[in-house]
Design a protein around this ligand. Sequence first.
Ligand code: GAL
Length: 411
Amino acid sequence: MNTFKAALAASTMMGAVTAASAVELEVTHWWTSGGEAAAVAEFAKAFEEKTDHTWVDGAIAGGGNTARPVMISRITGGDPMGATQFNHGRQTEELVEAGLMRPLTGLAEEEGWKDIVRPASLLDSCTVDGEIYCVPVNIHSWEWLWLSNKAFEEAGVPVPSNWDEFVAAAPALEEAGKIPLAIGGQPWQIGGAFRVLVASLGGPELYQQVYGDKNAEVAGGPEMAKIFKAADDARKMAAKSTVQDWNQATNLVITDEAGGQIMGDWAQGEFQVAGETAGEDYTCLPGLGVHQVLSTGGDAFYFPKVEDEEIAKAQEELASVMLDPEVQVAFNLKKGSVPVRGDVDLAAANDCMKKGLAILENGTLVPSGEQLMSQDALNQINDLMAQFFSTPSMTAEDAQKRFVDIVGSAT
Ligand code: GAL
């Protein structure tokens, strides 16, 4: 078999080497909603415009909890893609430790990523033993409440400016036939919303003590009891929200059938695709209007280790394109996230992104759950909170007791 065919055979699983080292690079991600698809298309377009390569789109539906196991099993099973999205943080630590992922350290040093990417925690969470294993592409924060201005108008109450006003407006919303709080039934959404209650209502210090320090005593203490009370309010407000996917819940707010949704700022992509204007059609409350806090989570692309040099080179070219200033703006404006570069022109930022940027500059930033806690522990909390939301007979005290056990054994 000649070199070309050998290369082709060796590389068919992560990307085909075509003529003159142009590569068809398979890129997997879980961005399948309207806004997400519009955003990832910006990466694909830029990759094909700025290189000789082809972006082979490997969208896997089902959000992080369904798609991630598929991605991981392909890499560990010897059928790797060319590049894949994960949340930056601890999700990939086992893949990296197993030596299945390639470092980008040389490229990062050559392009000065340490001077470009902010906050530094993004690149820190890509770094293992001094090697950089991912390219961060955005900053997503979970700590947002998205409100339908029309739903409150039709309920005859003002749009809330904080969580307590939102809870107080629930009876009027129900009276007007609205679902007060929209939420999808998938555990990651309920566990994520719970983390938002901790950080936004309890505050950054409580959030760090529980998710960062894994302090079981604090997890079982009076401050967290207040958060479980808020979670009890939330589950009552969400009792009639029967959708599964996060963007279906967002759509309930967009169509004014629901008053609000606690969701990461990727929800903005859905409002944009629906032609809604921040501040006019919808209102956003970072930190639930209580603590000006945002978590600096988000997405990064990781690259399975490959033998083929052409594929490896195409991987580096993709990483470089993703950090390009113009590409960063085009992708993040569609994604509803904040660019990882501080040196880009965000004149097109809308009312909500401007609120996020202000907190990024002057507010309190906390690491994301994925940066602080193992995915296994997060999944256990997600499952507990999903059960709490779907089991009215489970008291807040019962849930907090089980929460203490999970936090106490979390890594
Ligand atoms: C998050 C991811 C976001 C968004 C969201 C819903 O984990 O960081 O980019 O896609 O999942 O799918």
